[in-house]
Design a protein around this ligand. Sequence first.
Ligand SMILES: Cc1cc2nc3c(=O)[nH]c(=O)nc-3n(C[C@H](O)[C@H](O)[C@H](O)COP(=O)(O)OP(=O)(O)OC[C@H]3O[C@@H](n4cnc5c(N)ncnc54)[C@H](O)[C@@H]3O)c2cc1C
Length: 447
Amino acid sequence: MSLPSSVKYAVIGAGVHGLSTAYHLAQLLKQRGLGSGEDILVVDKGTVGSGASGIACGVIRNNYFQPAMRELMAHSVEVWESDPKAYSYHPVGYMQISPECMREDIASIYQQQQAIGYESVFIDGAEASTKYMKSLFDDWQAQGITSVLHEKRGGYANNMASMHGLAAKAEAEGVSVLSGVEVQGFEFGSNSGAVTALVTNRGKIACDTVVVGAGPWVNKFWTMLELPKAIPVKVNGVVHDGVPMWKFWCLEEGTLGVDPNLHKTNDGRFPPVLHVDTDAPLLSDRDGKLITDKIWGIYYKPDFSFGGIQGGASPYKVDQDPDHVAVDPYGPESPDFVVGDDFVDMWCSALAHCQKRFEGKMPFYKKEEKSGGLGCFTPDNFPVFDMFRENVYVIADSNHGYKMIGVGKLVAQELVGEKSALLEPFRFARFAKGELHPTSHSPFPWS
Ligand SMILES: Cc1cc2nc3c(=O)[nH]c(=O)nc-3n(C[C@H](O)[C@H](O)[C@H](O)COP(=O)(O)OP(=O)(O)OC[C@H]3O[C@@H](n4cnc5c(N)ncnc54)[C@H](O)[C@@H]3O)c2cc1C
């Protein structure tokens, strides 16, 4: 398809947010008699799923300590549930299994899930937690666990299959999705400062409204939009000036190349996604040496599309000026941001710590398949969904976002002028106003 010279809505990025926005906007324009999918163009410098959405583990959960995140996740789970086949969604549920220092946080998550009608079960206390886990997995042996939150909804989806499902839905509504179109800059109006055109490697595209769904490349778009690199952030009434707007963390994930059927429940079903955090010492399953005596966490699931037991551990902070972080080549192609031997030792040992069936299985880890990838985070590690320069909607999910397929639906509503209460807590102005999201005791920056 040739590059159009102008379009009403230009969406940058064919990941979960760009595609979901395009699809839902197309539907909404039609419903409201305001236009159709033919008014929308999605461009991607790679292709559908070239970014984080195409390599995500695909875990979908509600378990967040922050009320606003939980409500947004409940909305997103509804979107996943609306078409499990097209989205390649597996509604197996999700479990957060935690140590004492997280028990109160998790208990409050459970209470609030009840308040919003999100089905879950909370098991309180060490003995009850072990009993519950053993009723699901007779080889359960994780130490230091004092609570279990079992979410009955959520689970996981297959990353690329879901992106192709979403792209097909958007295209069926008349949306054009163009691969190999790299946005290299913007043209701004002389009076308003709004964006009037995308400048791409294949020419200029005039546009009325822009949606940026650029995942880990958001820092580059922030620069192109001439937005501030450092901002004031108010914390507990005190303003901290010059806080960097963006920082990178590297996600560590991998696959144990065993038959996924190895990990089933006692009654032969595929299990919920398990997320285990504990402060019990972690010993290497290879040589018995201490790996850590600090709080650690892992998540895992049997996954046929990855060909084994797939999951990850806590990410690490990338200690570099964000402008110098090499985002490209991205994901498994990156020479810098893929997992190494330390991750393999830690994650496989942690699996063995949790369930006997994984003891001695480290040699089956798929070392030949590179994995891991960068995520770009905001100052409080939570998303920014907001309009900048009058007509540029930035969807910056702070790496929470494969599960947030419903955000595009809400952004579409905002683009036709209907404000979304669910998105309100994620405005950029919260940093200056000090309206930050509460932080939990989890070792992960995204809980
Ligand atoms: C290893 C890993 C595992 C993860 N696991 C999970 C998980 O289990 N659950 C979960 O909820 N989240 C997970 N995440 C986070 C989640 O994947 C991201 O938050 C989400 O996919 C971001 O979606 P997006 O649409 O914003 O960006 P992306 O999916 O990254 O898409 C951005 C697109 O923009 C394109 N692009 C970039 N620059 C340009 C340009 N100049 N011109 C044109 N196009 C451009 C890219 O090619 C890309 O296709 C994970 C992330 C990583 C890295």
